[in-house]
Write a new protein. Structure first.
Ligand code: AMP
Ligand code: ZN
Length: 468
């Protein structure tokens, strides 16, 4: 069974109790005011790997991923505490709803291109504001929150476990808050905003018991996780920057309302870096899948690259490393195509797995189960790939099995047939690209996606694959 490092205990634990029924998993989702960068996608892929490993064991996983289309106040310099959605709306001359719609679609397409299995639901923060207001009211009623001038704050001193996840004490937090200047309306320097009064220029706002305003970022994930998954959640994922304050505050809010522990296991992915610095929208040092494609790479090469590091380690992205991952992926696909055509036979006819094959399968699974040691799992795959003592059909079957967790579409290489009309669309798209008519090429890409065909423009020409 899969073990993961629980941030609450800092130890490896079974991801879910043995014999668990449907597993409830909440994944902090994207803020949809720009394209997700590949660092964001690395964190979302962590949730996908956990899910695939559990599903390979026959465990049903109910995954919910929120879409942050409102709020998300930060103190980053980029927006000086303004709502990022509104900043983008102003910069792009579109309404906040149009921006959110555009980038939500783009995110779902990116997730599909990386073979992230779709979540059961993608609740939008903007559709959950009444539930957020309800939570804030209950926190006020229970003495965990207070209102000043139309703003509502969570009183951290009312929740003794505050700081348990991030291992911060209230005194440690004092230093950081001092530098930023403390809001004089707060009773305690670490109190955080649940509801904020709307300023005069605020476009997106809601009526509330405290006047017109809008929710803080953290309350959205409490409202959506409780609303979609209930008061007992098995797994909650995010990036390490979410530990504090986002998840610390989510715990305080949710648990203060319901009166008991909500999330059992928190799993956090380390950051993707570029040139040694965290890849971040605010720092401007980020790449997204559009750039990956423009540079002629297959998005699944990104997936292969990310599998080369464990989720708990930082990982420095370079284009050279991506090219290397793409070569390794191409080699694997070629071998799979070759094995699938091998006249040596039909693996099934050999009657089950030989002990040699079973040993590879055990070692692969042990690596995955050991806190998602994907680099080791790839090493086992590489050994199997070059083990010429194994019949090709056996190797095909084993690697296809590994791929249920790796998600590299390795079993799809052989015998794929394009649906009716897709060949014509691909040819038209090639012509459009040759004529540099990018708008037409994009339209044709969308039409192909509608038929379940994904096209990838690589240096060696356009390739296609079927979406599952
Ligand atoms: P955002 O869209 O900014 O809310 O971020 C979405 C997710 O990406 C969050 O869970 C972040 O923790 C995560 N994230 C942000 N930057 C990185 C990075 N450089 N590497 C890995 N994950 C990241
Ligand atoms: Zn969240």
């Amino acid at each position: 069974m899969l073990q993961v490092t629980n941030t609450l205990t800092r130890t490896k634990e079974p991801a879910v109790p043995s014999g668990a029924g449907p597993v409830r998993m909440y994944t902090c989702g994207p803020t949809v005011y720009r394209y997700a960068h590949i660092g964001n996608l690395r964190t979302f892929m962590l949730a996908d790997l956990i899910r695939r490993a559990l599903e390979a064991d026959g465990v049903e996983v109910r995954q919910v991923q929120n879409i942050t289309d409102v709020g998300h106040l930060t103190n980053e310099r980029f927006d000086h505490g303004e709502d990022r959605m509104l900043v983008s709306a102003r910069l792009e001359g579109r309404s906040p709803a149009e921006i959110a719609e555009h980038y939500t679609r783009a995110y779902l397409a990116d997730a599909a291109a990386l073979n992230l299995q779709p979540a059961r639901s993608y609740p939008r923060a903007s559709a959950y504001v009444p539930e957020m207001i309800d939570l804030v009211e209950r926190l006020v009623a229970k003495g965990h929150a207070y209102e000043v001038d139309g703003n509502v704050y969570f009183a951290v001193e009312s929740f003794p476990a505050y700081g348990r996840l991030s291992r911060n004490s209230l005194d440690q937090l004092r230093a950081g808050h001092r530098q930023e200047g403390v809001d004089p309306r707060k009773r305690h320097h670490a109190d955080f905003t649940l509801w904020k009064a709307a300023g005069p220029n605020r476009l997106v706002k809601w009526d509330s018991p405290w006047g017109e305003g809008f929710p803080g970022w953290h309350i959205e994930c409490s409202a959506m996780s409780l609303g979609e998954l209930g008061e007992e959640i098995d797994l909650h994922t995010g990036g390490v920057d979410n530990v504090f304050p986002h998840h610390e505050d989510e715990i305080a809010q949710s648990e203060a309302v319901v009166g008991h522990q909500v999330v059992r296991t928190w799993v956090h992915g380390e950051h993707l870096l570029t040139e040694g610095r965290r890849m971040a929208k605010s720092a401007g040092n980020f790449y997204d899948l559009r750039t990956v494609r423009e540079r002629g790479h297959d998005p699944l090469a990104v997936r292969h690259l990310f599998l080369q590091a464990r989720y708990r380690s930082q990982f420095n992205f370079t284009w050279d490393a991506l090219a290397g991952a793409e070569r390794a992926l191409g080699r694997l696909r070629d071998r799979m195509a070759e094995w699938s055509r091998s006249p040596a036979g039909d693996g099934e006819a050999l009657g089950g797995d030989t002990p040699a094959l079973a040993a590879y399968q055990r070692r692969f699974r042990a690596a995955i189960d050991d806190d998602l040691d994907t680099p080791k799992a790839l090493t086992v795959l590489g050994e199997l790939e070059s083990d010429e003592t194994l019949p090709p059909a056996d190797r095909f079957r084993a690697v296809a099995g590994f791929d249920r967790i790796l998600g590299l579409d390795l079993a799809n290489v052989a015998g794929e047939v394009l649906p009716d009309g897709a060949g014509e669309l691909i040819a038209r798209r090639e012509r459009a690209r040759a004529e540099r008519d990018w708008a037409a090429a994009d339209r044709l890409r969308d039409q192909l996606a509608g038929l379940g065909v994904e096209v990838v423009d690589t240096r060696s020409g356009t390739q296609w694959r079927l979406r599952r």
